[in-house]
Design a protein around this ligand. Structure first.
Ligand SMILES: *Cc1c(COP(=O)(O)O)cnc(C)c1O
Length: 418
């Protein structure tokens, strides 16, 4: 007993508490706990981007068949190499090369447990003592969580709402110093819903080159673009600046639970190989867990056989959703949308607290909205933007209408009286 109690600090990793505190899941859990159990209406989940439960977002039978075939073949019951099995890496190299003027080789690809693990790997590899990294604000909080965990210093640059959420490149120049290792961009953007133009991405590449830093391009929403800007992968500029591209099947195939992602080195000049980063990626993967081998086994069939009509159906659905979302937001005076979404599954809206009677900030808004209307939206503070909200429109259109209708009546009930 004596020994136990002495040890009962049970020393734990303090960075872990700090890191977990800034996760989407911790905020979502808090909102879910705040729901009113007596509300018989269904919850409208506008908080996180996982539409897979809605029948209209069901993945293609091509993907389902590929997994079944992989299991039944009995070829994928073994441990996989830590970088991933060769057929999966070849298929991913082929898939990403479709959009590039040069060809990626299987050696440029690392199969990861979702895009999430690709982020984990990159941030662990870049976290040398004294280093810092530039992250977008608003952003995707998992980056903040992993940098905190790795003791990697973060400096934020703004995305500018009035300029269709483009990167404030002057801020990037001002923030970077000799210890800056990389900047992160997320395109199509979570949480902003914009898609960067070719011109803007080229400027990002040129800025990074001038500063001598890498670009980490989170392209988990690759090709989920339904406005006027087509999706352009950052790897297109790989000969200007080395790019670490992160992606997954989670969003485009609507199967986030399959946990299949990748990390690609888009670096035709071989700078990453010479710098030791490639070796560090392999070392890190040697001490991590891999995605299930049969899911890796299904990858070639999924990437090669998925028909265009599946993708266009999903895109049409998201375009319809984004139109509904944008139009209905106009009817709710206390939120304004600076930029109509044209990609990903999200939009950022600004909260005007002066129109509300008894709401003091974005978190308070979200907690009361959950309690009174059973609608979940993310407070902007979780993304580094206090008094903004992030709304996902990627759900069944009729539920989306219902959710926005409830936000409207919530506003009417809380509106400041003259
Ligand atoms: C969803 C998401 C991820 C995580 O992708 P998984 O493949 O589900 O791990 C990473 N980055 C961004 C910006 C995301 O929205």
């Amino acid at each position: 007993m004596e020994n136990w109690s002495k040890k009962c600090g049970f020393r734990t990793n303090k960075e872990l508490n700090r890191a977990a505190g800034v996760s989407i899941r911790s905020v979502l859990n808090m909102l879910m706990e705040n729901l009113d159990g007596a509300d018989s209406r269904p919850i409208v989940p506008l908080g996180h981007g996982d539409p897979s439960a809605f029948p209209c977002f069901r993945t293609t039978h091509v993907a389902e068949d590929a997994v079944v075939d992989a299991v039944r073949s009995a070829k994928y019951n073994s441990y996989a190499p830590t970088v991933g099995i060769l057929p999966a890496r070849s298929a991913i190299a082929e898939y990403l090369s479709r959009d590039l003027a040069y060809k990626l080789s299987p050696d440029d690809i690392y199969v990861t447990t979702g895009c999430t693990q690709a982020i984990e790997v990159v941030l662990a590899v870049l976290a040398s003592p004294g280093a810092n990294i530039l992250l977008p604000r608003p952003g995707f909080p998992y980056y903040e969580a992993r940098t905190a965990y790795n003791n990697l210093e973060v400096r934020h640059f703004d995305l500018i709402p009035e300029k269709s959420w483009e990167v404030d490149l002057n801020a990037v120049e001002a923030l970077a110093d000799e210890n800056t290792v990389a900047m992160v961009i997320i395109n199509p953007s979570n949480p902003c819903g914009n898609v960067f133009t070719y011109q803007h991405l080229k400027k990002v590449a040129e800025t990074a080159r001038r500063l001598g830093i890498l670009v980490v391009a989170d392209e988990v929403y690759d090709h989920i673009a339904f406005g006027s800007n087509p999706f352009v992968p950052m790897g297109v500029f790989g000969s200007i600046v080395p790019v670490l591209t992160l992606g997954s099947m989670s969003k485009r195939w609507v199967v986030p639970g399959w946990r299949l992602g990748w990390l690609a080195t888009c670096d035709p000049n071989g700078i990453l190989k010479n710098s030791g980063i490639v070796k560090s990626i392999k070392d890190y993967l040697d001490i991590s867990v891999d995605p299930a081998t049969f899911i890796q086994g299904a990858v070639p069939q999924i990437l090669e056989m998925t028909q265009e009509d599946f993708f266009s159906k999903i895109i049409a659905l998201l375009r319809e959703d984004s139109d509904i979302c944008y139009d209905r937001i106009q009817e709710i005076p206390c939120i304004t949308c600076p930029h109509k979404p044209e990609g990903s599954m999200f939009v950022m809206v600004k909260l005007n607290l002066s129109l509300l009677e008894d709401i003091n900030d974005d978190m308070n808004f979200c907690l009361k909205l959950a309690k009174e209307e059973s609608v979940i939206v993310m407070p902007g503070c979780a993304m580094g933007m206090k008094n903004w909200l992030r709304i996902t429109f990627a759900i069944e259109p009729s539920s989306l209408k219902e959710g926005l209708e409830r936000i409207k009546s919530f506003y009417q009930r809380h509106a400041k009286r003259q």
